[in-house]
Write a protein that binds this ligand. Structure first.
Ligand SMILES: [Zn+2]
Length: 451
């Protein structure tokens, strides 16, 4: 425990490690021995399959130098204990029941407040998804994501990109040169919908019936080899990092690409039978959110080719940062517990993406109507459907322990506060006739517009 704590102390805060400019520290191979003595780096790189690699990015230099120093200074027996512990801990879900129960007692109950271990079949599905993600995903997509749904979502993506482009045009504070860079980045963005164009070939992975632990270890090694094989090859910007059966979406700044897995594109996020207002309010806002990550406080540091390059004028970036600070303050004020609040800075990139994404989705929905009025459904106007659908996207249940852990460690604000993104959109006030003095009302000058 003492060694683990000493290692942790060499690490950066979450806010610092989310900053690409701070993490962009190119080290040559020779730098490691010189800057971080204590480790036999030649032996380590050879064992890691990195024997020929000459260039590295040292994201947290203090963690590398600090841990290397601890390897030099702490007794070998302590290190053996730590490594043995981590080997067992990492695989404890696949060891005999006593290990599984201990694992759950700590990670499930103590850290997350979960009262009961998930049934065996669910854990088995999880393990299979982890080891053979795209093989499972290929079957999932064939069954649950027909080509018509893919085409419909791609059309929404095109509309939201167009709406975002118009929002860039309309920014009165941004210099033309910055706008040109921003629009080039938007044009070059690759948006993956449902599943990748090419599937992973797993034929080299040996699966043995009855050997869950061995299968897991072989799958881990297979995955590492897939990643190592990318070294020295051109970047494939169409590669996916998420599986189609995952309910999630992601922006990949170094690829300037997005992944929207098929499982994210199911009701209530996307429903081919729902109105455009409902779909734009839900999956449209999610698509807008991911596009906006290209332009949040971190994404804005990458250019259209995914290179870390400053393409902003000084005054534009200052303006952009000032609006970000307004949003950070807004979220600092959300406190689910008397002793613990949302961290506005830690969650800023996500909150910027929520505001900008919802705004772009709203504009895109309006554009999709082509000047015709939105259909009224169950007495709800199009605007009301749009914002209610957004709110319903964030329905969730979280236990106190899990929520406390999220507040301290997650880059995302809790769902209940993400739903309140609407406070920053003028259209929401009109849709529900929200008045001064009401709980969520913000004066127009306090509403944050980033993009
Ligand atoms: Zn996000």
């Amino acid at each position: 425990m003492a060694l683990e704590t000493a290692i942790a102390k060499t690490h950066w805060s979450l806010t610092d490690t989310e900053d690409p400019a701070k993490g962009n520290n190119p080290w040559t191979r020779a730098d490691f021995a010189r800057k971080a003595p204590g480790v036999d780096w030649t032996a380590l790189f050879a064992a890691a399959g990195l024997g020929a690699q000459q260039r590295f990015v040292a994201w947290q230099p203090s963690a590398i130098t600090g841990e290397a120093a601890l390897i030099g200074s702490e007794p070998l027996e302590t290190w053996k204990d730590l490594l043995a512990f981590h080997l067992i801990d990492r695989n404890s879900g696949l060891l005999p029941k006593a290990f599984v129960d201990e694992r759950f007692a700590f990670y499930g109950k103590t850290l997350s407040g979960t009262p009961a271990l998930a049934p065996r079949w669910k854990r088995a599905v999880g393990a299979t998804n982890g080891a053979l993600g795209e093989a499972v995903g290929r079957l999932y997509a064939a069954k649950y994501f027909p080509p018509a749904d893919k085409a419909a979502v791609q059309a929404m993506v095109a509309n939201i990109k167009a709406a975002f482009s118009r929002r860039i045009d309309a920014l009165d504070w941004m210099a033309p040169a910055t706008k040109t860079e921003a629009k080039a980045k938007l044009t070059a963005l690759i948006v993956g919908v449902g599943y990748p164009d090419k599937w992973q070939d797993y034929s080299a992975l040996r699966i043995v019936r009855g050997d869950a632990l061995g299968n897991q270890m072989r799958a881990d090694l297979f995955d590492t080899k897939v990643k190592l094989a990318r070294l020295g090859r051109p970047v494939d910007r169409r590669e996916w990092v998420m599986t189609p059966q995952l309910v999630n979406a992601v922006n990949l700044p170094v690829l300037n690409a997005l992944n929207f897995p098929a499982a994210e594109l199911q009701p209530p996020h996307f429903d081919p039978k729902a109105t455009a207002a409902v779909n734009y309010g839900s999956v449209g806002a999610i698509i807008g959110h991911e596009i906006s990550h290209s332009f949040d406080n971190n994404g804005a540091e990458f250019d259209s080719h995914g290179r870390l390059r400053d393409w902003w004028t000084k005054s534009d970036f200052a303006h952009f940062q000032a609006s970000g600070q307004g949003l950070a303050k807004q979220f600092d004020g959300y406190c689910p517990f008397p002793d613990l609040c949302v961290k506005g800075e830690q969650t800023l990139a996500e909150n910027i993406a929520d505001v900008a994404g919802l705004s772009a989705a709203y504009d895109a929905w309006k554009m999709s109507l082509g000047g015709k009025p939105a259909p009224v459904v169950d007495g709800l106007s199009g605007e009301q459907q749009f914002f209610l659908s957004f709110a319903q996207t964030w329905r969730s249940k979280t236990r106190e322990q899990a929520l406390r852990q999220q507040l301290l460690t997650d880059g995302h604000a809790p769902a209940q506060y993400r739903a309140q993104t609407v406070r920053n959109l003028d259209a929401w006030y009109g849709a529900f006739d929200v008045k001064p003095g009401e709980k969520l009302y913000l004066t127009p000058s306090a509403r944050v517009r980033v993009w």
